[in-house]
Ligand binder design. Structure first.
Ligand code: DSN
Length: 426
């Protein structure tokens, strides 16, 4: 670090070349690889601009018009703008844009409606649910009594007879639907009927599909789930953050749970960036984007199946593909690591009924939202499936030269598809 660190007006590259170099290298890395991590995306320059503002300097505990610090003239307007845009885009009565991310948003839901020890119900992690839906290692699985539903072995789909039977027997206070590795449409109406039968609150966690819901490429939970949580950075393509949306009936309880229940001051720079992302997601362009994400995922799933990849549920309805690599005779982790060396970035993932451990599972998870942001379309998906297949074959024979050859090909292929927010600096 240099002495100029004491000069508070000097830019990063001069003040801290170590951090600047790593940020630059990360830009290069993001630019040169095909990003297929289902929960990641590339935000717009405008979202990046808002994230990097001096709004980060401000404390704003409380809500618009009722804060614990002075100087909220602009912050109140920004947060109100974000709330109004969320309410209008998703068609909800209430939105809270303060949760720091998805897990704190989900924790706030528990705080609003449950007491420690209450029964709660969600999809099990190996079936595609999220840690915060009551999985054992999460606080939500320790502090509440979790009941878990899964998917059918035959077709990888939710078994609503099982969900209903469990719900009637265990009578959970809240039921979660949604998750992190669900390649099929979430049937909010069916979950809503079951929740109504036992007077439970249905909570839809739409973190993965929020952009698809906003863009009309996935059915909305509104009208079925009175409480909806989402992160803002996946298909919705905003900054790292989260929102809780609800009917007016639950607004106060949820607001109180977020602040003062769980959090202190909201991250105002993130709130501004969420507002920008929500405006972007309200445009006709974003509707086209959402439809293209799904078209790309379907095309990629088709191309993968032609190459003998075994997909959970036999395909996808959304942005996400879950692939069991058992038939390819390789674990998810070595395959994901080899693909990363080959310029394809994704994550290893458990598959339903996985006999292997979560840290060394049988599958990989793939998503098309980031690649679609770069402008890739159905015509490119066959190449991606081929590169994945080639990388797996190379991994099995420890052929590092072949992985490097694929990486070089992908780098060249991606040159006409720049990422927002970064450009080669020479
Ligand atoms: N880590 C997120 C995902 O990848 O789906 C969920 O927390």
């Amino acid at each position: 670090m240099t002495e100029s660190l004491t000069d508070l007006t000097t830019h990063l590259a001069e003040v801290d070349p170590d951090v600047a170099r790593l940020v630059e290298a990360e830009g290069q890395r993001q630019s040169e690889k095909i990003r297929l991590i289902a929960s990641e995306n590339y935000v717009s320059q405008a979202v990046l601009d808002a994230s990097g503002t001096l709004l980060t300097n401000k404390y704003s505990e409380g809500y618009s018009g009722k804060r614990y610090y002075e100087g909220q003239q602009m912050i109140d307007q920004i947060e109100t703008l974000a709330i109004e845009r969320a309410e209008s885009l998703f068609g909800v009565e209430h939105a809270n844009v303060q949760p720091y991310s998805g897990s704190p948003a989900n924790l706030a839901v528990y705080l609003a409606f449950c007491e420690p020890g209450d029964t709660i119900m969600g999809m099990g992690l190996p079936a595609g649910g999220h840690l915060t839906h009551g999985w054992g290692v999460s606080a939500t699985g320790k502090w509440f009594k979790p009941v878990r539903y899964g998917v059918r072995k035959e077709d990888g789909r939710t078994d609503f007879d099982e969900v209903r039977e469990l719900a009637l027997k265990e009578r959970p206070k809240i039921i979660w639907c949604g998750g992190t590795a669900i390649p099929r449409t979430i049937e909010f109406d069916k979950f809503g009927e079951i929740a109504a039968e036992i007077d439970a609150i249905l909570v839809a966690d739409i973190a993965h599909i929020a952009g698809l819901v906003a863009g009309g490429a996935h059915p909305t939970p509104v009208g079925h789930a009175p409480v909806i949580t989402t992160t803002t950075h996946k298909t919705l393509r905003g900054p790292r953050g989260a929102m809780i949306m609800s009917t007016e009936e639950h607004a106060k309880a949820l607001d109180r749970a977020v602040f003062p229940g769980l959090q202190g001051g909201p991250h105002n720079h993130t709130t501004a960036a969420i507002a920008v992302a929500l405006a972007e997601a309200s445009t006709p362009d974003f509707r086209e984007y959402a439809a293209q994400i799904v078209a790309n995922a379907r095309a990629l799933a088709g191309a993968m199946m032609e190459r003998g990849f075994d997909l959970v549920s036999g395909g996808t309805d959304n942005h996400l593909i879950l692939c069991d690599l058992t038939s390819k005779d390789i674990g998810g982790k070595p395959a994901a690591q080899a693909m990363d060396r080959a310029g394809i970035e994704l994550n290893y993932n458990s598959v339903p009924f996985d006999p292997r451990k979560p840290f060394d599972p049988s599958g990989i998870r793939i998503g098309t939202s980031a690649a679609t942001t770069r402008g890739l379309t159905e015509t490119h998906m066959n190449d991606i499936a081929r590169w994945m297949d080639e990388a797996i074959s190379a991994a099995k024979t420890d052929d590092e030269d072949e992985l490097a050859r694929i990486a070089a090909g992908i780098k060249e292929f991606l040159e006409p598809f720049p990422i927002p927010g970064w450009s080669q600096s020479v």
